[in-house]
Design a binder for this molecule. Structure first.
Ligand SMILES: [Zn+2]
Length: 458
């Protein structure tokens, strides 16, 4: 009897082990299955580490990358290849935020039931909202400097241009040594994954808070003598602006006036509007993570002043600044930017249903429109209407972000076309580029001109 009992216990133990084993396997199969398949040594889907299946197209159906006779091929146009490399991805999967990396499952046609089986063995296709010509134009205008340019439709959310430099031709990747400064951060997408001091572009956030919460802001007069002492430390301005009202202070980008406004707002309101306009919030672009911005949340009067001016500890992604310009353009409603129009399988069937992008109110219509008017005034009185495509009604704010250690300032230019025939908001950023309006504004102006002629032709 004892013997039978012992045997029964052994059998029970074996069954138990088996069940735990199957459980662990099933969990790992469902949880990690795509990673096993995506493993770069898998010869069924990778040739020399290069993904074989699946194509990525621009908005006009031009292939940005596809597979032909088992060979992975990028666009025929070298400028398009360089311009879209960060979004499409390189051959070695070095870029963590690329579609080839983030959407590897979809491109291969992987699913949990069939594995990587697809009818013709070509994987799925991703149709993006990008315009290859406009991306190439942005790449050319960044002129080999480190920078970022992103443009999206503030009514629909479609991202038509997303370019990060330095970049390289994915068909002919260079040998990059670790100490080569010209390729510093080449595998980072500067639009999405990098944070920089925003400088005066940030004054838009402070201005939005002021319109909403300071009753007499449009009746106030500011006096700038180039510098003043706050809490024993200097606030320095780029010029001596004498007497100015609120719109003039934004056009002059006066640090004295915006330091004063920030102190009227206080920390709580300053922090709340940074969040409300998405500066310090987490964003994703079709599942691709965007780095979160940050600002100081407490400190003395001097730190508060510099925080509202866009200096001190302020750090933002170019993507978040573009999104902020889009909110102002769209009368305070934010339509979330997106990059993927559809994904289809090899028979052309749509695999994902179109999702109407989220839209949320971030500013009142009145506040957004008053800010838009002030940004229009900036162009007319400071940046020069003649420097931008006629008829687009460009509204903008420049930024020349000061840096420690004698580095050349970052050049920023953010804004939008108020003429809704061209419903685009943009960010243009040149790392250590110098003057914001001239360098970053000049670069994006030429790209906007291409958008205008393309739109008018269509
Ligand atoms: Zn000033």
């Amino acid at each position: 009897m004892k013997k039978v009992k012992r045997r029964a216990m052994s059998v029970l133990l074996i069954i138990l082990c088996l069940m735990v084993g199957v459980g662990v396997f099933s969990y790992r199969f469902f949880h990690d299955g795509s990673q096993w398949v995506n493993f770069t040594a898998n010869k069924h889907i990778y040739a020399n580490g290069v993904l074989i299946g699946g194509a990525i197209y621009d908005r006009d159906g031009n292939p940005l990358v596809h597979t032909e006779d088992g060979v992975r091929k990028y666009s025929d146009n070298k400028n398009v290849r360089c311009a879209t490399m960060h979004i499409v991805g390189d051959k070695k999967s070095n870029i963590a935020t690329s579609l080839q990396k983030v959407y590897a499952d979809e491109l291969m046609g992987y699913n949990i039931i069939n594995g990587t089986y697809s009818v013709s063995g070509t994987g799925n296709s991703i149709y993006t909202t990008l315009d290859a010509d406009i991306c190439a134009a942005a790449y050319k205008q960044l002129k080999g400097k480190k920078g970022a340019m992103c443009i999206y439709n503030y009514r629909t959310g479609e991202v038509i241009c997303l370019v990060s430099t330095p970049t390289y031709d994915p068909e002919n990747p260079p040998v990059i040594s670790a100490d080569d400064d010209s390729y510093e951060g080449v595998y980072l997408n500067r639009v999405l994954s990098s944070r920089f001091t925003p400088g005066s572009t940030y004054k838009l956030v402070t201005a939005a808070a002021a319109i909403d919460t300071i009753d007499d802001i449009f009746d106030q007069t500011f006096v700038c003598h180039r510098y003043e002492i706050i809490n024993g430390q200097k606030i320095v301005c780029s010029g001596t602006h004498h007497e100015e009202d609120f719109p003039q202070a934004l056009a002059n980008s006066c640090n004295i006036a915006f330091g004063n406004i920030s102190r009227q707002l206080g920390w709580e309101t300053t922090v709340r509007y940074a969040r409300q306009l998405g500066i310090t919030e987490a964003h994703t672009l079709n599942g691709i993570k965007v780095v979160k911005g940050s600002i100081a949340t407490s400190g003395g009067e001097n730190e508060l002043s510099w925080t509202g001016i866009g200096q001190h500890n302020d750090l933002v992604s170019p993507f978040a600044m573009m999104r902020c310009a889009g909110i102002i353009a769209n009368h305070g409603m934010c339509v979330e930017p997106y990059l993927i129009e559809k994904i289809t399988d090899s028979s052309g069937f749509r695999r994902t249903l179109p999702v109407s992008p989220d839209s949320t109110r971030c500013l009142s219509r009145n506040t957004a429109d008053q800010l838009a008017e002030m940004m229009r005034n900036n162009v007319l009185t400071k940046y020069g209407e003649e420097n931008f495509p006629q008829g687009m009604e460009i509204c903008a704010k420049s930024g020349t972000a000061e840096l420690d250690g004698g580095q050349t300032s970052h050049a920023w230019f953010i804004g939008f076309c108020r003429n809704e025939n061209y419903p685009y908001a943009f960010v243009s950023f040149v790392q250590n580029g110098g003057n914001g309006a001239r360098v970053a504004g000049g670069a994006v102006s030429k790209v906007l001109a291409e958008i205008q002629s393309k739109t008018d032709e269509a």
